[in-house]
Ligand binder design. Structure first.
Ligand code: MF3
Ligand code: CO
Length: 249
């Protein structure tokens, strides 16, 4: 396995692209409201990234046609923006990547639009907590699967399930680098975490069963049972002192 370790200068470059990623995500999340189309949110994303003299990481990646992934309700990840109108009660996940001076940042959040269903609120808050707990499980000398196991534990304790077909990943000069970061598994396995590793940790959690299906558009991943799903993601760096969350606005 080739897990790139970033130098101090490379980590500084990652800080810049990740800060931009966080700022874009914050502004797009603020623009999510009933009546807005996902295509308008994609246009906003492109404008913001262009204004930073940066590039959208996702646009053109394996042919992906937009700057942001917007996945609503039963959509888990990789929803393609378009004419869809955001409605009250929607649970909207936003996933964005920014390439600046040779390094990618990658982050996702889930916004509830006038959601009152307590099960959906439990889903979203569980997924948010799963990411926070997973980040807290990152320590130099620790093992990668401790992070994975933490996500699974938090999700299952709240009666939710984790998606297994899609995983987090190393991130840096490439959007996807080694290692893969699953959201499930036994603790104490996998690579030892070392200072200089930069990881995108991204729990994808379902209210119902863990099974997912890819739609005919070849991108949109939905839950098989039609129940809602949530997604949060941060890019983090392993440091000698511990963990640094890079995608904070
Ligand atoms: N953030 C997602 C990931 O890490 C989205 C990338 S897929 C893309 O896999 F095609 F949309 F870029
Ligand atoms: Co990612």
């Amino acid at each position: 396995m080739n897990i790139p370790l970033k130098s101090a200068a490379e980590l500084d470059a990652m800080r810049a692209s990740c800060r931009m990623t966080a700022e874009v995500l914050r502004q797009v999340a603020e623009a999510v409201q009933p009546g807005v189309t996902t295509g308008e949110l994609d246009a906003l994303t492109r404008r913001l990234i262009e204004g930073m003299k940066a590039k959208p990481s996702f646009l053109g990646y394996h042919g992906y046609p937009a700057a942001i992934c917007i996945s609503i309700n039963d959509e888990v990840i990789h929803g393609i923006p378009g004419r869809r109108v955001i409605l009250p009660g929607d649970v909207v996940s936003l996933d964005v990547g920014v390439l600046y001076r040779g390094f990618h940042g990658d982050s996702a959040t889930t916004v509830m639009v006038g959601v009152t269903d307590p099960d959906v609120i439990r889903l979203v808050e569980t997924t948010r907590r799963a990411l926070a707990a997973a980040i807290a499980a990152v320590r130099p000398g620790g093992r990668l699967s401790d992070v994975s196991h933490t996500v699974e534990s938090v999700a299952k304790a709240s009666g939710c399930s984790v998606v297994r077909e899609f995983v987090g990943h190393g991130v840096g000069r490439h959007l996807h680098e080694e290692p893969q970061v699953p959201n499930y598994g036994l603790p104490g396995r996998g690579p030892v975490l070392k200072p200089g590793m930069t990881l995108a940790i991204e729990p994808m959690v379902n209210l119902g069963g863990p099974e997912v299906v890819v739609l005919d558009d070849k991108w949109t991943v939905v839950t098989r049972d039609g129940k809602p799903s949530a997604h949060f993601e941060h890019t983090v760096a392993v440091l000698e002192e511990g963990v640094e969350v890079l995608t904070l606005a």
